[in-house]
Design a protein around this ligand. Structure first.
Ligand SMILES: C[S@@+](CC[C@H](N)C(=O)[O-])C[C@H]1O[C@@H](n2cnc3c(N)ncnc32)[C@H](O)[C@@H]1O
Length: 205
């Protein structure tokens, strides 16, 4: 079994990821715009945690957001820097504690919880909330479910962790976040059988 950072840490995999992602870029941009609805985001400081090749950071910057990205796979970060500039750094989730409290007004965490197991999910969410400023917004999306599955890509076996939107939402509420349901809801994408969830929440205080 390969760990997620090893999995993403090859130029070949990064190129493959980008090619697979291309048809969905516009849809993702639409979702991000919807998630930012009602939020005065212009000039705000954002961090994309697990930013991959930097697509969402680049889009947020095009909207006037002062966005940056971190990812544990240096091959992803290198590609992001080549494509979009110096807004990216290598940082693993286990090093989120190095980011100061209340540092960002927007935290984006998309398609990332699949790489975090049940044991570590609460601590991951605690860090996301901790680094968010009061009244800041957390935008999060992942695969709905319980447990995990094993998949094989490019001859590498890896684990996909599923999490329930309800449990993630409850944990965020315990951490002082207010969930904003609209405009997000569960959706069933046509490209795969996985049920995805999207969630946004505002930090109270
Ligand atoms: C499915 S990709 C999503 C990338 C991007 N958010 C997107 O939506 O295209 C998951 C990303 O999480 C990163 N990742 C996985 N485990 C990580 C960890 N422990 N620390 C930091 N990044 C990690 C991977 O390197 C990969 O870029």
């Amino acid at each position: 079994m390969i760990n997620p950072i090893e999995y993403y840490n090859s130029e070949e995999l990064v190129e493959q990821y980008i090619q697979k992602d291309l048809p969905f870029v516009k849809k993702g941009e639409g979702e991000l715009i919807a998630a930012l609805e009602g939020i005065p985001y212009n000039g705000k400081k954002a961090l994309d945690v697990g930013c991959g090749y930097g697509r969402d950071v680049a889009f947020m910057r095009s909207l006037g957001i002062d966005a940056f990205g971190v990812d544990g796979a240096s091959a992803m970060v290198k590609k992001a820097q080549e494509m979009y500039g110096s807004f990216f750094n290598v940082l693993t989730f286990s090093n989120l504690h190095t980011i100061p409290d209340n540092a960002y007004e927007i935290i984006h965490n998309s398609n990332v919880l699949v790489h975090i197991d049940e044991e570590d999910i609460n601590s991951h969410l605690e860090h996301l909330v901790r680094i968010l400023k009061p009244k800041g917004v957390l935008i999060l999306g992942s695969k709905e479910g319980v447990g995990h599955s094993v998949s094989k890509t490019m001859k590498m076996e890896r684990i996909t962790n599923l999490h329930s939107k309800k449990k993630i939402g409850e944990k965020l509420e315990c951490l002082g976040m207010e969930l904003i349901e609209k405009p997000y809801s569960l959706s069933k994408p046509s490209e795969n059988a996985a049920l995805l969830f999207k969630l946004r929440a505002i930090k109270l205080g």
